[in-house]
Write a new protein. Structure first.
Length: 223
């Protein structure tokens, strides 16, 4: 089931029709109130969330979803007429999985949804990874650096997991962007670099294990 929170009835009806035609179950909501009422009854597999909404804006709704342990793992694609780098980066840093700017084509929408759902599938790899003194536990969503637990955002956690699961291998910026964010927009290299800097800072001295390979990307080494 896919939920679409969009206050424009024409856009909402077109999205729901497109999703159903594409083989998805879908339900639309004109505002956050009706959306959260339905969330108490049934949780969706993915949420399409407009930023400009009546009453409560989409970014506030996104924060509520990511702050709640029962809904934080549900993939969210932001829908908006805004196309500025600031709005895109803000949405992604708050935990959005993708970002689509209106107007968009129906085939693009379906493709983005399938891509996000694929990335959201449970990973079949190791649940616990250890590189040097850094340990990441997927099931518990926990990171330990030495004896200290490190609190990470969703994207920081995914980025660290990607680096650790490919320890010793240089990953290009494009590879990391595709694995973590899954799509292109202006300025996203900066977004990646900001997340790397944040990871290093939170890991303290252990952050040196994340090595910069100039002109290529990043590699997880071991201290």
């Amino acid at each position: 089931m896919i939920y679409c929170v969009e206050d424009d009835p024409n856009i909402r009806e077109l999205i729901i029709y497109t999703l159903k035609t594409g083989g998805f179950e879908a339900k639309g909501f004109p505002d956050p109130v009706s959306f959260f009422d339905e969330m108490r009854t049934k949780l969706p597999s993915l949420i399409l969330l407009d930023i400009m909404l009546p009453g409560t804006d989409g970014l506030t709704v996104l924060k509520q979803l990511k702050d709640d342990i029962t809904t934080k793992g549900i993939p969210v694609i932001m829908l908006t007429a805004k196309g500025t780098e600031f709005d895109i980066v803000l949405g992604l840093d708050m935990g959005a999985d993708d970002y689509i700017t209106k107007p968009f084509g129906v085939l693009e929408l379906i493709s983005r949804i399938k891509s996000v759902l694929r990335r959201a599938e449970p990973k079949t790899g190791q649940n616990v990874l250890k590189v040097g003194d850094i340990t990441i536990d997927i099931a518990k969503h926990m990171v330990m650096a030495g004896n200290n637990e490190i609190k990470l955002t969703v994207k920081e956690f995914e980025l660290l997991y990607c680096l650790m699961s490919n320890a010793g291998i240089v990953l290009s910026r494009n590879q990391l962007l595709d694995k973590i964010w899954g799509f292109d927009f202006d300025g996203e290299t900066r977004t990646l670099d900001v997340h790397i800097l944040s990871l290093r800072k939170k890991l303290g001295g252990y952050g040196k294990a994340i090595e910069t390979v100039r002109g290529i990307g990043y590699r997880m080494g071991a201290l």
